[in-house]
Design a protein around this ligand. Structure first.
Ligand code: ADP
Ligand code: MG
Length: 332
């Protein structure tokens, strides 16, 4: 692999850097969806086919936003309402598959990734980007810990990865060979940016700019969960949207977790679960079969697996990232 230097200024959680200045730069599309900014780049597509390709991706995100979001008016909301009433419910196959996957990952993470915590997310106000910061709701947290809070399924920790995967499937079906889809720091690619691989910046969770770059091979995803995505500061304490199901409070000790994997859905759920795991992340990474991880702790320490250290490229701006290597135990 060529080890170049990566340049750029950060505006989003992760973004494309290799395309600028390329002779035949990619065509791009940008819009808000799933509570974040969606950025799509395609290359090698005839001008008259580009609109159809972008439309297919927009449709995928619109479908996810409506039907995989617990507080929208689509399939997941209908499913949750039926669960609340104790009525039988059979969600459409795409939602059923995603729910099954989420449940599988809940089990694999020992409950650190838990799609059943919708009511807890709602009690904290993190379901609604417009909701005002509020003090921790003690009653709701007790109800969660004692299991008396109603179950409301929330796929927020997995939906962006699933939507990115679906977007790339649709592009692939349309014959697009080179594409990058970024849903607010959840990125996956096919093909290449030009003569080089697609290049992604990993955002500094505690400041501006990117802390490192990664060049993705076709079929790889780079997914980041960060406490800066959604939350508020109250009396100097950060209350954010990545909740620890064991305490009912925002998970402590981590600023961001970045996972590289070929499965965007697993990588998305894993980034959330490893964030929640805190110092215990290496064991969980082994359990999940995730080898390529960067965890920025609350104190700024950058922990990396050997596989991630081999992939990180220095940025042209800012001091070089000092890495603390962690070698997770071999799978048993
Ligand atoms: P980011 O926005 O940083 O990319 P994630 O992809 O990790 O975040 O998703 C965060 C969302 O996942 C939250 O807004 C919430 O809906 C849901 N969530 C929060 N904590 C958990 C958890 N422990 N397990 C599963 N889902 C969670
Ligand atoms: Mg996630």
């Amino acid at each position: 692999m060529t080890r170049g230097r990566v340049a750029g200024a950060a505006v989003a959680a992760a973004f494309v850097m290799a395309c600028s200045g390329a002779p035949e730069g990619p065509a791009t599309d940008q819009y808000p969806a799933l509570g974040t900014l969606i950025e799509v780049s395609i290359r090698g597509v005839a001008p008259d086919a580009q609109a159809d390709a972008f439309r297919a991706v927009r449709d995928a995100f619109a479908h996810a936003e409506l039907n995989w979001h617990a507080w929208a008016n689509g399939d997941l909301a209908v499913h949750n309402a039926a669960l609340a009433d104790g009525r039988p419910t059979a969600p459409p196959s795409d939602l059923a598959a995603l729910l099954a996957r989420a449940e599988e990952i809940r089990t694999a993470t020992g409950g650190l990734f838990d799609p059943r915590l919708g009511a807890l997310v709602e009690a904290w106000g993190f379901h609604d980007p417009g909701s005002a910061p509020s003090a921790p709701p003690a009653d709701a947290i007790d109800a969660w810990l004692t299991g008396t809070i109603p179950v409301r399924l929330d796929l927020g920790g997995i939906a962006k990865g699933a939507a990115v995967a679906e977007a790339l499937r649709r592009l692939n079906a349309l014959g697009v060979e080179h594409a990058l889809v970024n849903a607010g720091g959840d990125v996956a690619v096919i093909g290449r940016a030009d003569s080089r691989r697609w290049s992604i910046g990993i955002r500094n969770p505690r400041g501006v700019g990117v802390i490192a770059g990664v060049e993705l091979a076709s079929g790889e995803a780079l997914i980041t969960s960060g406490d800066y995505e959604r939350g508020y500061d109250l009396d100097g304490v950060r209350f954010h949207h990545l909740l620890d199901p064991r305490t009912g409070y925002p998970a402590r000790g981590t600023a961001s977790v970045t996972v590289l994997h070929t499965d965007p859905v697993l990588a998305d759920a894993a980034a959330t679960a490893l964030f929640v795991a805190g110092d215990a992340w290496p064991e969980l990474a082994t359990t999940l079969g995730i080898e390529t991880v960067l965890r920025i702790a609350d104190d700024g320490t950058a922990y990396v697996t050997d596989a991630m250290a081999a992939r990180l490229l220095p940025t042209a701006i800012g001091p070089p990232l000092k890495l603390t290597r962690v070698t997770p135990a071999a799978p048993r």
